[in-house]
Design a protein around this ligand. Structure first.
Ligand SMILES: NC(=O)c1ccc[n+]([C@@H]2O[C@H](COP(=O)([O-])OP(=O)(O)OC[C@H]3O[C@@H](n4cnc5c(N)ncnc54)[C@H](OP(=O)(O)O)[C@@H]3O)[C@@H](O)[C@H]2O)c1
Length: 283
């Protein structure tokens, strides 16, 4: 039976990767800074910022899912992972990257993912990379509180569309790759959801699901930046989040990309399905 290490196993994507691997009969080792307690999986403590626990976590696995947590420097954790994977002679690694990742990208987050992807490519390890667009779950993860308390969520996407993708679909695509590495070795998959929506359209979908009015309020990047600074968010995070809204506002996230359907054995999930699954977050 295939044994797979999943890093970031308690997060939005990692949880879905664990579930999809288990549904396909794999043995899962689930990693996070505190050993996760996930039913049916072996929980291991590992820290990608220090390397602690990684050697033991990689011992005896056939493949691993590498997720850089969203931190100021997302390159160092990937380099740490790669060094340990090389030492362990890991047979295959699937890295989660992001749409638009490139070493010369304008946005620091995209440059960091690009640098991590390039380090993996140069590592000599057998690998594949998934580059998803914005997650559908961002609406609940980032905006549920504001939707609950003020019936609105805020951004700076300026009326442009985003082809939001479902975390469950990313998890299933990841599991398909991790359990059939020979078919995916050396591939980079750019994946999006099946439809592109403006955030006003997302708000309308959500209004119908929660049966009350939810509005999307568009801010200028300057107002968004100053609101975040007033909330004492660190500068790198303010720059990152404002920059990501700029990616949407420029229309760069609007393309629906075809590769997800080929990795899944079903139609990709639409935004309203994810919002409906998560409706209790907005109540
Ligand atoms: N949100 C989007 O729209 C989007 C789109 C494309 C790509 N991405 C990329 O997706 C990634 C984030 O994925 P996510 O949303 O699933 O993350 P998440 O929900 O924030 O979960 C992060 C996971 O990493 C673990 N973790 C945090 N720090 C760690 C460390 N130092 N060592 C080991 N594990 C650590 C966390 O568990 P513990 O805290 O318990 O350790 C948790 O399991 C980022 O690379 C981001 O750039 C996001």
């Amino acid at each position: 039976m295939t044994r797979v290490l999943v890093t970031g196993a308690t997060g939005t994507i990692g949880k879905q990767v664990v579930a999809a691997l288990q549904a396909r009969g794999a043995t899962v080792r689930a990693g996070a800074r505190h050993a996760p307690r996930l039913e049916g999986a072996e929980g291991v403590a590992l820290d990608l910022s220090t390397g602690a626990g990684l050697a033991a976590a990689l011992e005896g696995v056939d493949a691993a899912f590498c997720l850089a947590p969203f931190v100021e420097d997302m390159v160092a954790p990937v380099e740490t992972f790669i060094a340990h994977a090389q030492a362990a002679k890991l047979p295959f690694v699937l890295k989660l990257s992001a749409a638009g990742a490139a070493t010369d990208a304008g946005l620091a987050l995209a440059r960091q993912h690009g640098a991590g992807d390039a380090a993996l490519q140069a590592s000599g390890l057998a690998y594949a990379v998934l580059r998803p667009t914005f997650f559908q779950e961002n609406i609940a993860n980032f905006h549920a509180e504001s939707i609950r308390t003020s019936g609105a969520f805020y951004g700076a996407s300026a009326g442009q569309k985003t082809a939001y993708i479902s975390a469950r679909d990313i998890g299933e695509a990841a599991a398909a790759i991790l359990l059939n590495p020979a078919a995916h070795r050396g591939q980079t998959y750019d994946i999006s959801g099946p439809e592109a929506l403006t955030d006003t359209e997302v708000a309308a979908l959500l209004s119908a699901i929660v049966e009350r009015d939810v509005k999307y309020v568009n801010l200028t990047p300057e107002v968004m930046r100053s609101n975040m600074a007033q909330a004492s968010m660190p500068q790198w995070l303010v720059d990152g989040l404002v920059g990501l809204e700029g990616v949407k506002a420029a229309g760069y996230a609007a393309a629906t990309l075809g590769q997800l359907g080929a990795l899944l054995s079903r139609e990709p999930t639409r935004m309203h399905e994810t919002l409906r699954l998560q409706r209790t977050h907005f109540a």
